[in-house]
Ligand binder design. Sequence first.
Ligand code: GRF
Length: 225
Amino acid sequence: MPAEIKSKLAIGVLASGNGTNLQAIIDAIEAKRLDAVIRIVISDKPGAYALKRAVSHNIQIEAVDRKRFASRDAFDAEIIRILQKHGVKLVVLAGFMRLLTPAFIAAFRMRIINIHPSLLPSFPGLDVQRKALESGTKFAGCTVHFVDELLDSGPIIIQAIVPVLQDDTVETLSKRILAQEHRIYPEAIELFAQDRISVNGRRVLIRNVVESEGAMTNPLVGIPD
Ligand code: GRF
C-alpha cells in the first residue's frame, strides 16, 4: 500500500493526572515527529488536567469514574469498549494510576505500553525517584515497556539514563527524568507506528537502529594515567 494512503496509527491515551507525557505526544504529532493520531484520551479522574490538555487540542475525551463501577472488571470492560469503539490499535498509559485486569491485557496483548520513571527492572511501583536517590545509585532514568499482568513488568522497548547528581533532591532528579520521558515516549510510539518492534521472550528488538558501545561514568573523575 503506498505510504500516503496507509492509515495512521490510532492511539488511545489513558491518564490520571497532569498529563505532561500526553502533552509531549500531542506536541510530537503536531511537529510531525510522530505519525499517529490520538483517537481518545480516557481518565479515571474526571478532573484530571490531562483531559483539559486534550480538549484544548480538539481531542475527544471520556472520563470513566471508577466509583461508578461495582468492580475492576466492570470498570476495565467500559474502558475496553471505549477504546474499541474508537478503533484504537495502541493503548498508551501516561500516568494512569491503576493496574489493568487480565481481561484488559488480553484484549490488547502487546498493544499496551507504559512509561515508568526508573530504569526497570530496578524500582517498580511508586515514589521511585526517591527510592533511586536513597539507594545511592549513580544512574536513574526512565523506561517505556509493554504492559503485562505484573506491575511495571513486560518487555522493555527503550530507556533513557539520567545521572544522579550529588546535590540532587527528589524534585530536581524527578524533573530531569521527566524531561527524558517526554523525549523517549513519542519515540517509542513512532517505532511502533513504523512497525519496527519485535518481541523475543523478554527482549525487544528494533529494526534499523543506531547502537553505541559507548559507556558512561558518573561522576566523571578523570584520574590521570
Ligand atoms: C510520569 O512520571 C510517568 O513516568 C508516571 O507517571 C508520571 C505521569 O506524569 N507513570 P504526567 O501525568 O505525564 O505529567
